[in-house]
Design a protein around this ligand. Structure first.
Ligand SMILES: [Zn+2]
Length: 65
């Protein structure tokens, strides 16, 4: 099933957001000394306008906030 771009309704390609160790997310609600980042597990890019959306595992994030 093809995902549709929420900005322009174009077709979205699916992959991973890649930096050296992957893009990670840290919530502003994580206020402790050790703020363990949550890895971005899935990324989609629109093949028409270039819009990119990123997904992490919400269950993994909820354990930290
Ligand atoms: Zn688009």
């Amino acid at each position: 099933m093809t995902a549709i771009c929420p900005k322009c309704n174009g077709e979205m390609d699916e992959g991973r957001a890649s930096a050296d160790e992957g893009i990670r997310y840290v919530s502003n609600r994580q206020t402790g000394m050790i703020r363990t980042p949550t890895p971005i597990r899935l990324a989609r890019a629109c093949l028409t306008c270039g819009y990119v959306e990123l997904y992490l595992d919400p269950a993994e994030l909820k354990k930290k906030v």
